[in-house]
Write a protein that binds this ligand. Structure first.
Ligand code: NAX
Length: 332
């Protein structure tokens, strides 16, 4: 058997919480498969480099047979060099007293720089998945800053929200989580997101035929999914890390694998599907075909309630874009 070339994966924020949970899963083969070698380009800001050294020592100590090279750097042109995938996890968290506009501006600058560095150094086929918040708008900014990389290669993550929503429905219905399918999270990765319970299936039945408590679905389920991140912080004293890393693995794997059955939630560039404003990065139901191209699943029927919720979440994205683009001097 001929040996496969390694897939080069650049990860920003590599010494952070999510990075710590994510790198070992990439290195062990859980993201790209058990016979696919990988090269890791680990990117941190200067203050994170010492911790990154420790993480790299631990990666070394795992003696993962699939790992061909580990690069540690705070230089973006080195970090994104020849990358096949760029997983943009690092970003500046919102601090006390910081307005949302400030956060959009601060992170916006980071994602302009990363987008340019990806444009100039990564492979043209590089796919970019943004996790660092506000992930939808950060992704849009990176995409705008990387004109040589096709827009269709930029994604932001709502898979954690989909997984959370499935787990909530399974618990309520008293079924296994694998019995819940076709659950699309629409809109922004923020508390305004809409987990569409109307189209979800539980053991192939409509979820609303299994869970008939409409008030629970609207008033408990939807906000529970939207605020799950905050609930984890309250319980754990730290934000979701392992489950977020797991969702990164799920997202990448499912973007590389022909979709069987329904679809998965991924934030992609809108071309106006389902009446969504064009040119925002928003979460929609995505299917991948046999040769690895994705498309937005057509023909999903949305109730008026769903349409209203999705429109509100997308309006938030349009506003985020306006605020961030104004500060960064970007045009729509
Ligand atoms: P941490 O604060 O633990 O780690 C972030 C790391 O990024 C730090 O090591 C920091 O030094 C590094 N960093 C900051 N700016 C950087 C830059 N410009 N270039 C390279 N590295 C940089 O955060 P963590 O818990 O790992 O979360 C990372 C991001 O994921 C946050 O923005 C968080 O809000 C976001 N999340 C997104 C989720 C999603 O579903 N889309 C869910 C989980 C998570 O909340």
């Amino acid at each position: 058997m001929t040996k496969k070339d390694p897939i080069r994966v650049a990860v920003t924020g590599a010494a952070g919480n999510i990075g710590y949970a994510l790198l070992f899963r990439i290195a062990s083969g859980q993201m790209f498969g058990p016979d696919q070698p990988v090269a890791l380009n680990l990117i941190e800001i200067e203050p994170g480099m010492a911790a990154l050294k420790g993480v790299t020592m631990e990666l070394d100590d795992c003696a993962f047979p699939l790992v061909e090279e580990i690069v540690q750097t705070s230089d973006l042109s080195v970090g994104f060099k020849d990358a096949d995938w760029a997983l943009l996890v690092g970003s500046v968290p919102r601090k006390a007293g910081m307005e949302r506009a400030d956060l959009l501006g601060i992170n916006g600058k980071i994602f302009v720089g990363q987008g340019k560095a990806i444009n100039d150094n990564a492979k043209k086929s590089c796919r970019v998945l943004v996790v660092g918040n506000p992930c939808n708008t950060n992704c849009l900014i990176a995409m705008k800053s990387a004109p040589n990389i096709p827009n269709e290669q930029f994604f932001a993550m709502t898979r954690l929200d989909e997984n959370r929503a499935k787990s909530q429905l399974a618990e309520k219905a008293g079924v296994k989580v694998k019995d819940v399918s076709e659950l699309c999270v629409w809109g922004n990765h923020s508390p305004t997101m809409f987990p569409d319970f109307y189209n979800a299936r539980i053991n192939r039945q409509k979820a609303t035929d299994v869970i008939t408590d409409d008030a629970w679905l609207k008033d408990t389920f939807v906000p529970t999914v939207g605020k799950r991140g905050a609930a984890i912080i309250k319980a754990r004293g730290a934000s979701s890390a392992a489950s977020a890393a797991n969702a990164v693995v799920d997202t990448v794997k499912d973007l590389l694998t022909p979709t069987r059955g329904g679809f998965h939630s991924v934030c992609v560039i809108s071309k106006g599907e389902y009446g969504v404003q064009e040119g925002i990065i928003t979460s929609m139901p995505i299917r991948v075909d046999g040769i690895g191209n994705w498309r937005v699943m057509e023909g999903v029927k949305l109730t008026d309630y769903a349409k209203e919720k999705i429109a509100a979440s997308n309006a938030e994205l349009v506003e985020e874009r306006e605020v961030a683009f104004k500060q960064l001097g970007l045009s729509i």
